[in-house]
Design a protein around this ligand. Structure first.
Ligand code: A3P
Ligand code: MG
Ligand code: MG
Length: 380
């Protein structure tokens, strides 16, 4: 029966981990009780300005302005005339997060009774987006990933490396794809004001260099985490819960007209939306549903905590517990592999759909990502 199958798979899984130094991503292996995930605490924030320069303040934080239920926003407006696109061939790695750490070391909360021997007092430093990819791995069938990890002063830093397939995708996007990538940012502009007493300005320029990022600390089972993630906006109410509880994630998706479309939305879109917002503790997602021509025909607020209930009617659907248990085991695997404390040594973890996670080791290579300015400063 089911139990026997699981037992066999688990034995194989553990055998593989010992023998070959790999980690299975089979979803059945991760159907265990939900692991401890501490409520994320915001320890700081930063902004990236219109020229993508790091600013140690919340100047890019915007305020949510609720739209009509069927607002008719035109997401194509301004694409050719009022759009400044970030150069996504520039690989920023962890640099912005590291700049935040250098400027705010005193704000990082070390456990009172610290078992951690690291200088920062956290086990892992990374971007939220990298963790989102780890969470969704057991259900991903198309896109693999590469994550570089280095141990430095006891903490493990994890930074993404673009796969060959992702690079080809990025360099060969169709004109339609390029334009549709703009739609999500245009939607943000229709819903966000720059000031707490302001209103959105759809006539302005959409500049995707600009970002507001939260920095949170949390713990997944035995792993203490410090990560940063971009936040779209916050509610205006000054009495709202403190960050990240006041943050709102904005999303767009194709309008849902058939049961099949609804099912796909639940199975694929909501998995990614849940993982992205659950990790930093963002409680609300505002979804804009648009037609083929980029007109927003419906807007709905989806509480992040209700997503797991929304999907329960789907047959054989994704489960939050599988995502979190896989992430927990992946971080344990990384800890067991990334043993040499040396910022010039990179352990490169690779995963492709239908394969196990594997790794290679690189010394003084193209993969080294902790910059000299960070190593120098934190050494003193
Ligand atoms: P949508 O998610 O509404 O499509 P985010 O939602 O994470 O704040 O990102 C804002 C927008 O950036 C997205 O809006 C989308 O337009 C664009 N975007 C982000 N990641 C992308 C990706 N991997 N591929 C294409 N577009 C992306
Ligand atoms: Mg965003
Ligand atoms: Mg968004």
């Amino acid at each position: 029966g089911d139990y026997e199958t699981k037992k066999r798979l688990r034995a194989t899984h553990e055998g593989q981990q010992r023998a070959a130094g790999t980690l299975s991503a089979h979803r059945q292996l991760y159907e265990r009780p939900f692991p401890l995930y501490k409520q994320p605490v915001e320890v700081g924030c930063f902004s990236l300005d219109s020229r993508r320069v790091f600013c140690n303040d919340p100047r890019q934080l915007r305020y949510y302005v609720q739209p009509a239920q069927s607002p008719g926003f035109d997401l194509r407006d301004g694409y050719t005339s009022r759009f400044v696109k970030r150069d996504d061939s520039v690989k920023e790695k962890l640099d912005h997060v590291l700049r935040w750490i250098l400027a705010n070391r005193d704000k990082i909360q070390t456990r009172v009774q610290t078992s951690s021997s690291s200088a920062l007092g956290v086990d892992f430093v990374t971007w939220r987006g990298h963790l989102t990819k780890v969470l969704t791995t057991p259900y991903e069938t198309h896109e693999g990933w590469m994550l570089a990890a280095s141990r430095f002063r006891g903490s493990i830093y994890i930074s993404e490396v673009e796969t060959e397939a992702a690079r080809v995708n990025r360099e060969t996007r169709s004109e339609r794809q390029e334009e549709m990538m703009y739609w999500g940012y245009k939607f943000e502009q229709y819903l966000c004001a720059d000031d707490v007493d302001g209103t959105p300005d759809p006539g302005g320029v959409v500049n995707t260099n600009e970002a507001f990022c939260t920095v949170v600390q949390t713990r997944l089972a035995d792993h203490t985490l410090l990560f940063s993630g971009e936040v779209d906006c916050r509610v205006k109410d000054p009495d709202a819960p403190p960050a990240p509880g006041c943050y709102v994630e904005l999303k767009t998706s194709a309008e849902i007209c058939t049961p099949k479309q609804r099912s796909n939305f639940h199975r694929y879109k909501l998995l990614k939306w849940w993982a992205q917002s659950f990790l930093p503790g963002v409680p609300q997602i505002v979804a804009g549903f648009r037609d083929h021509d980029g007109i927003v025909v419906g807007v709905e607020t989806i509480p992040t905590s209700k997503i797991s209930h929304l999907i329960k009617n789907e047959y054989n659907c994704w489960k939050p517990t599988v995502c979190m248990n896989f992430c927990n085991d992946f971080l344990s695997f990384v800890k067991s592999v990334v043993t040499e404390d040396n910022p010039r040594v990179v352990y490169l973890f690779t995963w492709d759909p239908h394969r196990d996670v594997s790794f290679t080791v690189h010394r003084d290579s193209q993969y080294t990502f902790l910059p000299e300015w960070y190593i120098r400063d934190t050494s003193s």
